[in-house]
Design a protein around this ligand. Structure first.
Ligand SMILES: Nc1ncnc2c1ncn2[C@@H]1O[C@H](COP(=O)(O)OP(=O)(O)O)[C@@H](O)[C@H]1O
Ligand SMILES: [Mg+2]
Length: 159
């Protein structure tokens, strides 16, 4: 089990951390984001997309639960905010998306019940102050080691 806490003091810094994660992402990666509205989940996802080489603006998929962005690896951006139950999450067929060639980021992953138990890189975002966020990265999977290390370096670098 790896557990790392990172603090960012601006939205741009959260994007820098996301970019580092995206640059180190590999096909089949699953990134599970948790945290209240405004915690910075979409902001981090934006950075991940840029790190994957995409140049679009990622927004929370509001009316659809999933959006795709073309990049070095396709980014599947899922937002479970609007689902009514974990059963609904199970019916989305996310396992098929996750097992594909792209990278999957899930906002409100905690709403999926135990569906992602023991899988992926979990990132819990929380408000510290108006402009500071804490990001707690945890995983039991060594495949995310380089992404976590890159995120730590990004936190330290002065940008
Ligand atoms: N350090 C920070 N990291 C990320 N977002 C921040 C930070 N400080 C302030 N913000 C603001 O918080 C909001 C985060 O929104 P968003 O990424 O859409 O959150 P979520 O997807 O978790 O609901 C944005 O308005 C952003 O400008
Ligand atoms: Mg969001």
């Amino acid at each position: 089990m790896t557990l790392v806490e990172i603090r960012t003091r601006s939205p741009e810094k959260t994007q820098v951390v996301g970019r580092a994660i995206g640059e180190n992402a590999r096909a089949g990666d699953l990134i599970l984001l948790e945290g209240e509205l405004g915690a910075g989940k979409t902001c981090l996802t934006q950075g991940i997309l840029w790190g994957l080489g995409g140049n679009e603006y990622a927004r929370s998929p509001t009316f659809v639960l999933m959006a795709q962005y073309a990049a070095r690896l396709t980014l599947h951006h899922v937002d479970l905010y609007r689902i009514e139950s974990a059963i609904e999450a199970a019916e989305l067929g996310l396992d098929e998306v996750v097992s594909g060639d792209g990278v999957t980021v899930v906002e409100w992953a905690d709403r999926a019940g135990g569906m992602f138990e023991g899988q992926g890189l979990r990132i819990r975002l929380a408000l510290v102050t108006e402009s500071t966020r804490s990001l707690t990265l945890s995983t039991t999977d060594v495949r995310y080691s380089s992404a976590i290390e890159a995120a730590r370096l990004a936190e330290r670098d002065g940008s």
